[in-house]
Ligand binder design. Sequence first.
Ligand code: PRP
Ligand code: URA
Length: 219
Amino acid sequence: MIGKGEVTMFDSKVHVLDHPLLQHKLSRLRDENTGVKEFREIVSEIATLECYEATRDLPTQEVEIKTPVATGTFKVLAGKKLAIVPILRAGLGMVDGILTLIPSAKVGHIGLYRDPETLAPVEYYCKMPNDIAERDVIVLDPMLATGGSAVAAIHFMKNYGCKHIKLMNILAAPEGIKAVREAHPDVDIYVAAVDESLNDHGYIVPGLGDAGDRIFGTK
Ligand code: PRP
Ligand code: URA
C-alpha cells in the first residue's frame, strides 16, 4: 500500500487521507459482513470527511461582522462556484455527504460502466449544469481500479471546458493512480487508502468488493 500523506508527481498531488476516523470507517466498508444500510451511510460519511480536505484551498474574503461584543473583520467563503460530478452508479453514494458541507454545489452526472470483458468504460448517460465550464469540479467515484472510468470522466469534463478538476475516491489501486496521473497530470486525487493491486477481474485487492452493488444492494 502507498503510505500516508501527499505524493507529488507532474503537477498533481495524491492526497492519501489517513485520518483515524476515515481509516476506521473504511475498514467497516471492507468487512464483507457490513450490510447495505451501514455501507451506504459510511460511504456518505467518508465523502463528507474527504470533502473537508478537498476544499482546503477554497478562497475566502474578509467581511465586517458585528458580534454581540464588538465589530471585527472575519473570513467567509469567497463564493467560488463548485460542481460535483458523480460517476454512476457508485459515485451517487458520495453526493449527499458532499452536499452536507457544500449545499449550494451543483450536481452533474456521468453514467459509465466497465465492460466486464475488456474493463473499458462505456458511457450511457451525461447531464451537466449549463454553467459547468465556469465551475470548479470534483469528480466522485468510490473506486479507482484500472483508472479507465476516472480518466474518461475527466476527459468529458475537460471537453465541457472545465479547467479546475479534482478526483475524489475512497479506495484506489496503484494502477488507477498511475493512469489518472499520466492522462491528467493537472488533477489532484483525494483518497482514503491505496491498496496493493488489482486481481484478474480488475477488482481492487484486498479492496471492498463491488461498490455499486454494495451501495444499492444489487448482488
Ligand atoms: C465501478 C466503480 C468505478 C469503476 C472503477 O463501476 O464504481 O466507476 O468500476 O473501475 P476502473 O477504475 O477500472 O474504471 P462499475 O463499472 O462497476 O459500475 P457501477 O458503479 O454501475 O457498479
Ligand atoms: N469497481 C468496484 O466496485 N470495485 C473494485 O474493486 C473495482 C472496480
